[in-house]
Ligand binder design. Structure first.
Ligand SMILES: O=C[C@H](O)COP(=O)(O)O
Ligand SMILES: CC(=O)C(=O)O
Length: 213
């Protein structure tokens, strides 16, 4: 897990993707890799997720691929077989988390309350997602919760974009942020992969600027 968490921290931003058609997987991966973010959270919100992860992993084996919106243990198995190296979920499902732990599969479950965070800490997890980040209290909530749970670091996701990235990334409790602003569905649908690459480059530059302060 620490390799993946370190890589996510180095990159700062993890694009959260919904792919409706696996034909978009390779142009998307190319745009992300060439834009400077060799990573993605491909959400199991669509049937295309598994095949998309497989195609991306085969073409770009160094890309760090998370499977997102993983809601069942069966999806865990499919995601890992396709090439995902970490399992992410919007909420804390003990069955999915315990399954991943029992199989030594890195997992970053979503939490939003101290009670859920306590469940993660009890299982020895040191990295969790905070979702939906801005709707659930944003940076104030993260700081307040992490004051009590000092062993975990957070990947906020939901409502993050270029206008509020700095307030999240400036907090040392946060190791990276998830966001979809550079991989929006309308751009993917329109085949605007140049635009995606440009927005990815801008995200990378913004992370660098924030971290240089
Ligand atoms: O459900 C949404 C994804 O987790 C990412 O959130 P976002 O579109 O607000 O960046
Ligand atoms: C939002 C999120 O974390 C997920 O769908 O996995």
């Amino acid at each position: 897990m620490s390799n993946i968490a370190d890589k996510f921290e180095e990159l700062g931003v993890i694009p959260v993707v919904v792919l409706n058609d696996s034909k978009d997987a390779l142009p998307l991966a190319k745009a992300l890799v060439e834009g400077g973010l060799p990573c993605a959270e491909v959400t199991f919100r669509t049937e295309a997720a598994e095949e998309s992860i497989r195609l991306m992993h085969e073409a770009y084996p160094d890309m760090v691929l998370a499977a997102g919106t993983v809601l069942t243990t069966e999806q865990v198995d499919r995601a890992v077989a396709a090439g995902a190296s970490v399992i992410v979920s919007p909420g804390f499902d003990p069955e999915v988390v315990d399954y991943c732990i029992s199989k030594n599969i890195p997992v970053m479950p979503g939490i939003v309350t101290p009670s859920e965070l306590a469940q993660a800490v009890k299982r020895g997890l040191t990295r969790v997602k905070f979702f939906p980040a801005t709707a659930a209290g944003g940076i104030k909530m993260i700081k307040a919760m992490c004051a009590a749970y000092t062993t975990v670091r957070i990947m906020p996701t939901g409502g993050i974009n270029t206008s509020n990235l700095e307030e999240f990334l400036s907090c040392d409790k946060i190791f990276c942020c998830g966001g979809s602003w550079m991989v929006k569905g309308d751009m993917i649908k329109a085949g605007e992969f140049d635009k995606i690459q440009k927005m990815t480059e801008e995200a990378v530059a913004l992370v660098k600027e924030i971290r240089s302060k």
